[in-house]
Write a protein that binds this ligand. Structure first.
Ligand SMILES: [Fe+2]
Length: 296
């Protein structure tokens, strides 16, 4: 008798939400999605279709259309994989929730992208404490269709395996790079700043906030600067970093990071909202609404 994959979520304790990790790769139990699950997908999809034109990167929007991901029902991983394998050789694998770091890096290093199979509940449309199917699929997968970005993701996975072996702050440095690019990155396009980070494109509120609010900093990409910068996990970001192109990302990950980690170990981390004299500033944040503690 086969059993359905588990839905593994953070647990609420007296210390707040505590992540729970799982390592299983599972078949997407597509037939088990409820009407409510499909409606949640449809609602989130439609909201982002309204918000993202003129805000998301052209590359993201073009690839979203190419994937034929639509809002009628939760997509089937197997069907998306046909287009994805053909475009860049990546494939989606179903997972039950958050993965331990090394497991996650190993998937990326082998061009497998782990996608949480379950979707948030209707009362969590605007926020949940961990990635779900909408974040993973809608947020991350369109850019995996783009060859340069797809290579960057693999390079990141390989870098993660190495950083895990180095220990110390290497992983924290590398995680910040992922956070400020893959999750919360902005890109400069001819028409203006646009979104490519998955944490933003999968959030209606942050899609508007990151570009239109005066509160956050918008600063030019700088590898070492990002690797030192702390971030927010419970509020909108205080700072967004802007790349000029996806080539800039892959070029930045070409050098061996080991000497960079050693160099950064001698320097303090930078609070999430600080602006440095050396920064290329697109917007100096007003800081309105910022929490004064809680950077991680
Ligand atoms: Fe993510």
């Amino acid at each position: 008798m086969s059993t359905l994959p588990n839905r593994v979520e953070h647990q609420l304790t007296d210390k707040g939400y505590v992540p729970v990790y799982t390592t299983a790769v599972v078949e997407q139990p597509w037939a088990s999605y409820s009407e409510t699950d499909h409606t949640t997908w449809a609602t989130l999809f439609a909201r982002q279709q309204d918000v993202l034109p003129q805000r998301a990167s052209r590359t993201f929007l073009d690839n979203l259309a190419r994937m034929a991901m639509h809002g009628d029902a939760i997509p089937k991983f197997d069907e998306l994989n046909i287009a994805l394998r053909k475009a860049t050789g990546w494939e989606l694998v179903g997972v039950e929730g958050l993965l331990p770091e090394l497991t996650f890096f190993d998937h990326l290093a082998n061009r497998r992208f782990p996608v949480t199979w379950w979707i948030r509940k209707p009362e969590q449309l605007d926020y949940l404490a961990e990635p779900d199917l909408f974040h993973d699929l809608f947020g991350h997968v369109p850019l995996l269709m783009e060859p340069v970005f797809a290579d960057y993701m693999q390079a990141y996975g390989r870098g993660g395996v190495k950083a895990h072996g180095i220990g110390g702050d290497a992983l924290a440095n590398l995680t910040r790079l992922y956070w400020y690019t893959v999750e919360f990155g902005l890109i400069r396009e001819p028409e203006g700043l646009r979104i490519y980070g998955s944490g933003i494109v999968s959030s209606k509120g942050e899609s508007i906030h990151c570009l239109e609010s005066q509160a956050p900093n918008r600063i030019g990409f700088d590898l070492r600067r990002i690797m030192r910068t702390r971030y927010r996990i419970d509020t909108f970001q205080k700072t967004y970093f802007v790349i000029d192109s996806f080539e800039q990302l892959i070029d930045a990950t070409r050098p061996d990071f080991a000497p960079i980690y050693a160099e950064l170990a001698m320097q303090d981390s930078i609070p999430a909202g600080d602006v440095l004299e050396s920064d290329q500033v697109f917007n100096r944040g007003s800081g309105e609404g910022w929490a004064h503690d809680g950077d991680v």
